[in-house]
Design a protein around this ligand. Structure first.
Ligand SMILES: [Zn+2]
Length: 376
């Protein structure tokens, strides 16, 4: 099967969302059969965070039309970049490989998402202000990946509580945001008002990581930076250079409050002495922990995700052979470009776009040197 008119994936949109919009536009009578065909699998359940069979999917996209590669989908339309800086390189490689291939369960195991105490997402979420803005800009709403992170309660852009679909999302079928807005009832996340700033910081940090993949970070670089900040915070014993883990757990709970940590399923209570914070610090990266744990630690140590990782980058620029500035820059640049772009002058040759234009569903938008097909 060749897919001729797969929709443009928007910035911060999950692949799940793009597939759901594709099904809406094509109006297939049997979505389960179409799903199996789309991903070349005998059985395939929609997955929000780490979809697999992506090579099979991208091989069916019409060639030379600027459709994304498998790696572009992984980096820009799944939760992979949120987990990437906190996984050992071999595990990260196997996670990416599992997503390329037909190993959906292995992908989620590699990410560590199945063994975490933080529950898996059961319901899809959206921000009402994002819905309004997306409808204005693209003509329809879509599922933002930044909103579908476990325990995310506010929108990183508008800093308002997210709305959750009342019926559980159990991964049975693709549903677009527009369809869900028509048929579903919604619950508002109810973050404690005193904690809104902390929830916003978490959302901003998670979104920054999704938007700025840190594929070059190794556990050694990560933990070196942690140690510097812990030393600055007075958590490193002067003569032995050991971490004061009890003091760290104590101050961490004081900073966040137990109720806030409990609301994220990240509390330390009843887990002393071996709570997740202690294990995270002692493991030097061998004990895989959820990205939310790392983001909480980074803020506690006085940094945002952006400043934390940029300082690693700046230090490495001063002469390490394991880190190349061009890799960092290209990662950022890769992320900033729209996936469905065409070299100037070639966009009219794309049958997918021609077909789409005939249906007047897509418009062409020229922006500088690139021509982009956008939903109208
Ligand atoms: Zn929003």
């Amino acid at each position: 099967m060749t897919i001729r008119s797969f929709p443009v994936l928007h910035s911060d949109e999950l692949l799940f969302s793009g597939v759901a919009r594709y099904f809406d536009h094509m109006d297939f009578p049997n979505r389960s059969a179409s799903t199996r065909e789309l991903f070349g699998a005998r059985t395939y359940k929609p997955i929000l965070d780490f979809p697999s069979h992506l090579d099979s999917f991208t091989s069916q996209l019409l060639r030379n039309c600027g459709y994304p590669t498998t790696d572009q989908i992984i980096d820009e339309h799944t939760l992979f970049p949120l987990f990437a800086p906190f996984l050992p390189p071999d595990r990260l490689e196997r996670l990416r490989k599992a997503m390329h291939e037909d190993a959906g369960r292995e992908a989620r195991l590699r990410a560590g998402i199945m063994s975490s105490r933080i529950p898996l997402i059961r319901e899809l979420r959206l921000c009402t202000k994002c819905v309004r803005a997306d409808r204005q800009e693209f003509g329809e709403a879509y599922w933002h990946r930044s909103h579908q992170i476990q325990e995310m309660k506010v929108c990183h852009t508008h800093e308002i509580p997210l709305q959750k679909m009342k019926n559980d999302f159990v991964g049975e079928e693709y549903i677009s945001a527009e369809q869900a807005l028509k048929i579903s009832e919604w619950d508002e996340s109810k973050p404690n008002k005193n904690d809104i700033e902390k929830f916003s910081n978490l959302a901003i940090d998670a979104h920054w990581l999704l938007d700025n993949p840190q594929n070059q970070i190794t556990p050694r670089m990560l933990y070196k930076r942690y140690f510097e900040l812990l030393d600055r915070g007075g958590f490193v014993q002067k003569y032995s250079s050991k971490l004061s883990l009890n003091k760290l757990s104590e101050k961490f709970q004081e900073y966040y409050s137990n109720s806030y940590l409990e609301s994220l399923h990240c509390d330390l209570k009843n887990h002393v002495p071996s709570n997740w914070l202690v294990r995270l610090m002692e493991s030097s990266g061998n004990d895989v922990q959820h990205p939310l744990h790392h983001l909480l630690v980074i803020r506690f140590l006085g940094e945002s995700a952006e400043t934390f990782f940029q300082k690693i980058y700046r230090k490495k620029l001063k002469g390490s052979e394991e880190f190349h500035s061009s890799s960092y820059v290209s990662t950022i640049q890769l992320n900033k470009k729209n996936l469905f772009t065409y070299p100037d002058g070639k966009s009219d040759q794309c049958p997918a776009k021609q077909a789409a234009n005939r249906n007047q569903h897509w418009i062409q938008q020229t922006d500088g040197l690139k021509t982009t097909v956008k939903n109208q």
